[in-house]
Ligand binder design. Structure first.
Ligand SMILES: *Cc1c(COP(=O)(O)O)cnc(C)c1O
Length: 423
C-alpha cells in the first residue's frame, strides 16, 4: 500500500496530504533565486493552514513573513507563530472594524489602495495612539510583459494609478496616524516565462525609483510582488528562475543603490510557488458510469473540495490531470465530483487509469495552493476534507475545517420590522 493509500485508509477521503519537507524545499529554492537579503511574504490566500504557514516562517533569515488580507488570515498568521510586526495587511476594502482588530493586535504595515484607505488606516492608528506604515500600492500605467493575468496598466480596484499619484500626494501627506513608508506592486501572477517576469520586475524597480524621486516619497520598503509559477492540479514542477537573482541585483544597484544596506528593504510575495507542490488531494471513486458512450468517474471530491474558484474564470481554471504509471493501461474519462450540478467537473475527457472502480483512489497532484479554502466549501453541505501534514514521512497534524451556523440573539427583530428596515 502506498503512503497516501495508508493515510486514506486511516483518515478517510477526500483527504489533503501536505508534505512539509516539500514546503521547506520550495522556500529554499525561492530564497535562493531572489536577490541577497530580500524578504519574502507568504500570501496566506494560497493556503492559510497554520502549520503549513508555520513551516514557511522557520529558517531564520530565510523565513517568510505574512501577507494577509482579513482578520481570519491575521488569526491564522498569529496562530502559526508570526509576530504581528511580520505581517503586511493588504486589500482594497479594509473596514474600520478590521483595522481596529489588526492594529489592536499589533499590525503596523499596510498596503493601501486609495486616499480613503490611507486616511482610514491613519484614523484607526491614531485612535490606538500609534503610527502605521503605509505602502502605496501602485497600478502602473505601462507594463513591460504580457502574461496570463495582468493586474496593472488597466483600471483596477487595486492601487493608485501611477500617472495621477502626484495629485493624491498632498492629501496623503496630510493624513494623520500614518507614515508613508514605500510602495507595493503586484503586476502579475503565475509567470511561466522567466524573461517576462524579470522584465516586469525591472520595470517595477525603475518605476518605484522614479516615483520616489519625483514625488519625494520615502522608500523604506519596496514590495515588488511575485508571480512565481507552480502547476495546479496537474503533474509537473514549479518554475525555476536561474537568472532572476543576478538581473535583479543589477537593476537594484542601478536604480536603488542603497538596497544592499537596507535602504530600501526589498520584498517579494508568493503563494502557489511555496505550497502548491506540497499538496496531494486523495479522493475515492464512488461510481463509474457510462452515458452515451462517455465514461464518468465520480469521485468524492468536487469543486466543494478543490478548484471552486475556477468559477471566477480567470484565476485558475481547474483541469486536473493525474500522475499515471508509465506503462499502465489508461482510458479516457470525465472526472467529476459528487455535487448536484453539472459544473462539478474536475477534468473533461482526461487520461485516467483503465478499469477504475468504486473504492479505488484517485490522487490529484500539486494541490497545496488554492485548494480547500479556495473551494466552494459550503456548497451542498458536505464536510470539509481532512488535511494531514507530514514531516519526514510522519503525520504531524490532522485536522478539518468545521462550519456551523452560530445563532445570534434577536431581541430587536420587531423594532427592525417596524422601522421598515426589512422592507
Ligand atoms: C494572491 C496574491 C499573491 C499570491 O499569488 P501567487 O500567484 O499564489 O503567488 C501575492 N500577493 C498578492 C498581493 C496577492 O493578492
Amino acid at each position: 500500500m502506498t503512503r497516501h493509500a495508508a493515510l486514506a485508509a486511516r483518515y478517510g477521503t477526500p483527504l489533503y496530504v501536505y508534505d512539509l519537507d516539500e514546503v521547506a524545499l520550495a522556500r529554499h529554492e525561492l530564497f535562493t533565486a531572489l536577490p541577497d537579503g530580500a524578504e519574502l511574504f507568504y500570501a496566506f490566500k494560497a493556503n492559510p493552514h497554520p502549520e503549513l504557514a508555520r513551516a514557511l516562517r522557520e529558517g531564520g533569515e530565510r523565513g517568510c513573513r505574512a501577507e494577509i488580507s482579513s482578520t481570519g488570515e491575521l488569526a491564522a498568521a498569529l496562530t502559526a507563530g508570526y509576530r504581528a510586526e511580520e505581517c503586511l495587511y493588504t486589500g482594497p476594502g479594509k473596514t474600520i472594524g478590521e483595522l481596529h482588530e489588526a492594529i489592536g493586535r499589533g499590525v503596523r504595515v499596510f498596503s493601501t489602495d486609495s486616499v480613503t484607505d490611507v486616511r482610514r488606516v491613519g484614523a484607526v492608528a491614531a485612535a490606538h495612539g500609534v503610527v502605521a506604515d503605509c505602502l502605496l500600492r501602485i497600478n502602473s500605467a505601462d507594463a513591460s510583459a504580457t502574461t496570463s493575468i495582468r493586474m496593472t496598466g488597466t483600471p483596477s480596484q487595486f492601487g493608485f494609478d501611477s500617472e495621477t499619484l502626484a495629485e493624491a500626494m498632498p492629501s496623503l501627506r496630510r493624513a494623520d496616524g500614518v507614515r508613508l513608508a514605500g510602495m507595493h506592486l503586484f503586476p502579475l501572477s503565475n509567470a511561466r516565462d522567466e524573461d517576462a517576469l524579470i522584465g516586469e520586475f525591472e520595470h517595477t524597480i525603475e518605476l518605484a525609483a522614479r516615483l520616489s524621486a519625483a514625488l519625494e516619497l520615502p522608500l523604506r520598503l519596496l514590495d515588488i510582488g511575485g508571480g512565481f509559477t507552480a502547476p495546479y492540479g496537474v503533474p509537473g514542477r514549479r518554475g525555476s528562475y536561474p537568472n532572476l537573482r543576478d538581473r535583479l541585483e543589477t537593476a537594484l544597484d542601478r536604480h536603488l543603490p542603497g538596497w544592499r544596506s537596507g535602504a530600501p528593504r526589498i520584498a517579494f510575495e508568493s503563494g502557489r510557488f511555496l505550497v502548491g507542490a506540497a499538496g496531494t488531494l486523495v479522493t475515492e471513486v464512488s461510481n463509474v458510469k457510462i452515458s452515451r458512450g462517455r465514461r464518468y468517474v465520480i469521485v468524492d471530491a468536487g469543486i466543494n473540495t478543490f478548484g471552486g474558484m475556477s468559477g471566477l474564470g480567470r484565476l485558475m481554471p481547474v483541469a486536473v490531470a493525474l500522475e499515471l504509471e508509465p506503462d499502465g493501461p489508461t482510458e479516457r474519462g470525465t472526472l467529476v465530483g459528487p455535487l448536484c450540478t453539472p459544473g462539478d467537473l474536475l477534468g473533461r475527457e482526461i487520461a485516467l487509469p483503465a478499469d477504475l472502480e468504486p473504492g479505488d483512489l484517485v490522487e490529484i497532484p500539486n494541490t497545496g495552493a488554492y485548494g480547500v479554502t479556495a473551494s466552494l466549501l459550503m456548497f451542498l453541505g458536505r464536510p470539509a476534507p481532512l488535511e494531514v501534514l507530514l514531516r519526514s514521512g510522519e503525520v504531524v497534524s490532522a485536522s478539518r475545517i468545521e462550519h456551523h451556523r452560530s445563532h445570534q440573539p434577536v431581541p430587536y427583530a420587531r423594532t427592525v420590522v417596524e422601522a421598515g428596515a426589512l422592507g
